[in-house]
Design a protein around this ligand. Structure first.
Ligand code: 7PM
Length: 274
């Protein structure tokens, strides 16, 4: 039991969300922003984070379009500061030039909610040879929540991701570098999101690691009627479900609490195996 218990190689990984908030850059004080991100990254490191996901806001639903140079100016200094902590960094972007600049600065993974469909993104990741997460989205962030429609949301998301994996491989991206994400909340209503979570294990037919991002999302607000700052308990409940259904990476705001969920999950898992 003890040896089995020590083996953590099958443990889900925790991806901590390191947002660079728009409020802090509108005042032009980029240094403050970097400091804040750095201190949150330190806290996440001691809480057990495995990957830090750094984003310059361009992929957020409803977010204003940010130009390439602005996005690079936001994320690169943060990457330079945070990389000293030795935690792998993922860059949350859809733009090829941002991917390139971020990886040059020290990011080691690309997280793209547009699944490398933007101009130059496929070729850039193929050239950089870094791990990439492909996410499913219906529509575009600005309008995707207006009236999401599917015959079978799980089937359609899997089909889409399968095609994007094929496109990646055709562009020269090694299959071993790819993970897939159903994209909770991205062009989905509550029923769609619940169906995706309930059948998350179906995504394992793609034969690739599954990433699940559910933390504080509006589906939790719809279920619990809680505002975003009171969605921790709901987020932990769905993190547990995602782990049970085989998610390899859980993308969260609250690393310390999710790490406790992971420890409970792993203790139960090893009990079942022994
Ligand atoms: C407002 C609404 C702000 C939604 C931020 C969000 C995912 C992601 C995001 C995800 C992957 C959030 C989202 N969500 N990347 N980026 N998977 N791979 O809740 O689910 O963080 S942005």
């Amino acid at each position: 039991m003890h040896l089995i218990y020590q083996n953590q190689s099958d443990s889900p990984l925790i991806m901590g969300i390191l947002n660079i908030t728009p409020d802090s850059f509108s005042d032009g004080n980029q240094y403050n922003n970097e400091e804040q991100a750095y201190h949150r990254a330190i806290a996440m490191k001691s809480a057990g984070v495995d990957i830090l996901d750094i984003g310059g806001e361009s992929t957020r639903p409803g977010a204003k379009e940010v130009n390439v140079l602005q996005e690079i100016e936001r994320v690169v200094p943060v990457i330079n500061r945070v990389k000293t902590l030795g935690i792998p960094i993922s860059i949350d972007t859809s733009k090829a030039e941002v991917m390139r600049a971020a990886v040059k600065a020290g990011a080691s993974m690309v997280n793209d909610v547009r699944a490398l469909q933007e101009e130059g993104a496929l070729a850039t990741v193929a050239e950089l040879q870094v791990p990439v997460c492909l996410m499913h989205m219906q529509g575009q962030p600005r309008s995707m929540q207006q009236s999401p429609q599917y015959q079978d949301v799980v089937k359609e998301a899997i089909e889409f991701l399968g095609k994007r994996v094929e496109a990646c491989q055709n562009a020269g991206i090694n299959r071993e570098l790819i993970s897939v994400d159903p994209g909770f909340g991205f062009g989905k209503n509550l029923e769609h999101n619940l169906e995706l979570l309930n059948r998350l294990d179906d995504f394992s037919e793609l034969g690739l690691p599954i990433l699940a991002g559910l933390s504080r999302k509006s589906m939790l607000g719809e279920i619990t009627n809680q505002p975003v700052e009171r969605r921790l308990a709901g987020s932990l409940a769905v993190a547990q479900i995602a782990m049970e259904k085989g998610a390899r990476i859980i993308r969260v705001h609250d690393v310390a609490e999710t790490n406790d969920v992971r420890q409970v999950f792993m203790a139960m898992k090893h009990l079942k195996l022994s």
